[in-house]
Design a protein around this ligand. Structure first.
Ligand SMILES: Nc1ncnc2c1ncn2[C@@H]1O[C@H](COP(=O)(O)OP(=O)(O)OP(=O)(O)O)[C@@H](O)[C@H]1O
Length: 239
């Protein structure tokens, strides 16, 4: 689904990604963890074409994103960011239906039915459909963000600390929801987090990044049992 080959990226003199190569399989849930500033978000932005690598190649669904239609790619890719991303002037229903509508699905009743089905799928009541984002809690907004990505029939979901600002209980509920949805819909998910427990719970594999490089990329089990270096050992010690 995703392949990075020898990707490097600098901002000015700062090398943010350093010869990064990895692939993510279709239907895989990859969690990404590492110190602040190690390049996690930059990697995500390269995957949906918001940033270009200085060298190396990024492939999504086998296509080099240099040659891809980036608008079409972004419509097929869900991007869920902490506390951001919903259109504030649109109701929840309009937010969810946004991509289907701009893609030509104009049947209002059908769009409403779909929005309500998705709201229920992410654990929200249909009465939320006519509210505005500011009338929802943080956790509810995150759920709408996920519903919106699902409405776009995203096969690839990029999530940048989506649950970072939530309380433990809401966070756990949403983690469980995400696992169930991913199993049901076979999406490929790349999920950045600062929470090692979250990374270990959700990831089929966990990517530990350090200064734009891979410190370790393996299953939670292997990372726990065989940490690659002192940095990973220290990180997982608190798990
Ligand atoms: N557009 C940009 N222009 C200049 N510098 C940038 C830009 N985007 C990111 N950076 C720098 O690149 C480095 C990596 O940023 P990035 O957002 O990828 O880190 P991160 O691992 O996601 O961090 P965090 O966990 O704090 O979100 C940071 O030092 C950041 O300041």
């Amino acid at each position: 689904m995703i392949r990075l080959e020898h990707v490097s990226k600098s901002f000015g003199t700062q090398k943010v990604l350093d010869d990064l190569s990895l692939s993510v399989n279709e239907g895989e849930f990859l969690t990404v963890i590492g110190r602040s500033g190690c390049g996690k978000t930059t990697m995500l932005r390269l995957i949906n074409g918001l940033q270009k690598p200085d060298s190396g190649d990024v492939y999504v669904e086998g296509l080099n994103i240099k040659d891809a239609d980036l608008i079409a790619l972004r419509r097929r890719t869900g991007y869920v960011i902490q506390n951001k991303g919903l259109f504030p002037h649109m109701t929840v229903e309009k937010n969810i239906s946004y991509v289907p509508v701009i893609s030509g699905h104009k049947n209002k009743e059908e769009n409403r039915r779909k929005a309500i089905r998705l709201l229920k799928l992410v654990g929200l009541d249909e009465s939320m459909a006519d509210r505005y984002p500011s009338e929802l809690s943080g956790g509810q907004q995150q759920r709408v963000g996920i519903a919106r990505a699902l409405a776009a029939e995203a096969k690839l979901l990029l999530m940048d600390e989506p649950f970072g600002a939530l309380d433990e209980i809401t966070k756990r509920a949403l983690q469980d929801e995400m696992l169930a949805l991913q199993e049901k819909l076979h999406m490929t998910v790349v999920f950045i987090t600062h929470d090692i427990r979250e990374a270990m719970k959700l990831g089929d594999r966990v990517l530990v990044m350090e200064q734009g490089r891979i410190a370790q990329l393996d299953t939670p089990e292997m990372i726990r049992r065989h940490p690659a270096d002192a940095f990973v050992r220290e990180l997982t010690a608190s798990d």
